[in-house]
Design a protein around this ligand. Structure first.
Ligand SMILES: Cc1ncc(COP(=O)(O)O)c(C=O)c1O
Length: 389
């Protein structure tokens, strides 16, 4: 009996991937290219829009090392969701006091790991999680996460996180009784279009602050969360408009003695820097519509097209030159043998009518929430690769 040799492993994502070149001389696809100068610029713009606010980069948006180093160089701090992200951050920035553990859903063992590594800021939104933190994170600052409506966001965070005001009051009181410094955090939903979305949670924060003061304390920090949008297909206000509206709301609700402020931006710092190049595999007519199948899909990085929530800007190219001329709408789909691997059916991207297999599409503002969403090898397709320039 012969034993089959082991299958060669599907290559894992390489953050410093060499630019692989295909037989025609063009870089192989799909491939995300992240422009580090744009990351730096996005950080500076947001910091200018939110003066005095400590920016904790939400590492989940793009944890690649070159991105972390650029943001470290700019003075960023960190928002993490797991021990894996804590370790990734500590590998580039050994100071754990700059980390905030923003995930409200944590295993006890993960809280213990974070605390042992020196993390002293954690989010919480219910009594059972607070029990764990009281046990395993002595002395830590506990940020109680309040719910928001998510209105105005393309990627609302729904009912999964946060608590109502009454619960928040109880959690704050319990944490204070156990000797913890406390804060408030919230997230208005990702790819948020409405610059006034911070107003309501800041009003709630002000009421909860009164309760904290009644306990003889004050808020150690107010966390404005993330949500700042990238330049996707639908126009959004620029970052300075968000900054103006948010700082005005902070002054209105928390002034004149404003507590220390932080934010947890993810998307806005890295999305615009990323361009995802993909190859057209097939163009076909079905049921009266033109279907364009490309070599990246829902399972290789574009998970945020679920429900057609994030609508990317897309341009078409043929051997390095833009494809111009007449366009018409298409259904855009990924390459796998899975029927849910359809990116856009309702939102109708306009693509050139002479688009053909072998042409390239560029998916813009794709630097956030793509590489890490990519499956390890669904249908045998390799994970989305990322290069930096
Ligand atoms: C706790 C937390 N903080 C920050 C972020 C970053 O949000 P955004 O990318 O919209 O800025 C997220 C995103 O899911 C999050 O869950």
């Amino acid at each position: 009996m012969s034993i089959a040799p082991p299958l060669s492993p599907i290559p894992r994502q390489q953050h410093h991937a060499e630019l692989r070149v295909g037989p025609t001389g063009a870089a192989t696809t799909p491939m995300l290219t992240v422009d580090l100068a744009t990351v730096r610029d996005s950080y500076r713009q947001l910091q200018a829009a939110l003066p005095g606010v400590d920016l904790h980069y939400a590492v989940k948006a793009n944890p690649s090392e070159p991105v972390l180093y650029v943001l470290l160089d700019e003075g960023a701090r960190w928002d993490v969701a797991s021990p894996g992200e804590i370790d990734a951050v500590l590998a580039v920035d050994p100071d754990p006091s700059r980390i905030s553990y923003g995930n409200t859903v944590k295993k006890a063992v993960d809280i213990a790991h974070a605390h042992a590594r020196g993390v002293r800021r954690f989010a919480v939104d219910c009594d059972a999680e607070l029990d764990k933190l009281i046990d395993l994170a002595p002395g830590a600052t506990l940020l109680v996460r309040i719910t928001t409506s998510g209105a105005g966001a393309d990627w609302a965070l729904g009912q999964k996180f946060g608590c109502d005001e009454v619960t928040a009051g109880r959690l704050l009181a319990r944490a204070l009784t156990h000797g913890h410094p406390v804060g408030i955090c919230f997230h208005v939903g990702s790819q948020q279009h409405d610059v006034t979305a911070w107003d309501e949670p800041l009003a709630t924060t002000a009421r909860l602050r009164t309760l904290v003061r009644d306990h003889g304390s004050d808020l150690a920090v107010v966390d404005l969360g993330g949500g700042f949008p990238a330049h996707a297909a639908d126009p959004t206000p620029d970052v300075s408009s968000f900054g103006t509206a948010i700082m005005a709301a902070v002054g209105r609700h928390l002034g004149p003695d404003v507590p220390p402020l932080m934010a947890e931006p993810g998307r806005v710092l890295v999305a615009d820097a990323g361009t995802l190049e993909t190859e057209v595999v097939l163009v076909s007519e079905r049921a009266g519509r033109r279907w364009v199948y490309v070599d990246v899909g829902l399972f290789s990085g574009l998970a945020e097209t679920m429900g057609e929530a994030i609508r990317y800007r897309i341009t078409a190219h043929r051997v390095g030159r833009p494809l111009q001329g007449r366009t018409a709408d298409v259904v855009l789909a990924g390459p796998t043998c899975d029927s849910v691997d359809v990116l856009y059916q309702q939102h109708r991207p306009q693509l050139p009518v002479d688009l053909q297999a072998g042409d390239r599409l560029r998916i813009h503002a794709a630097g956030a929430y793509t590489t890490t969403y990519s499956s390890v090898g669904f249908n045998g397709f390799a994970p989305l690769r990322e290069v930096h320039r």
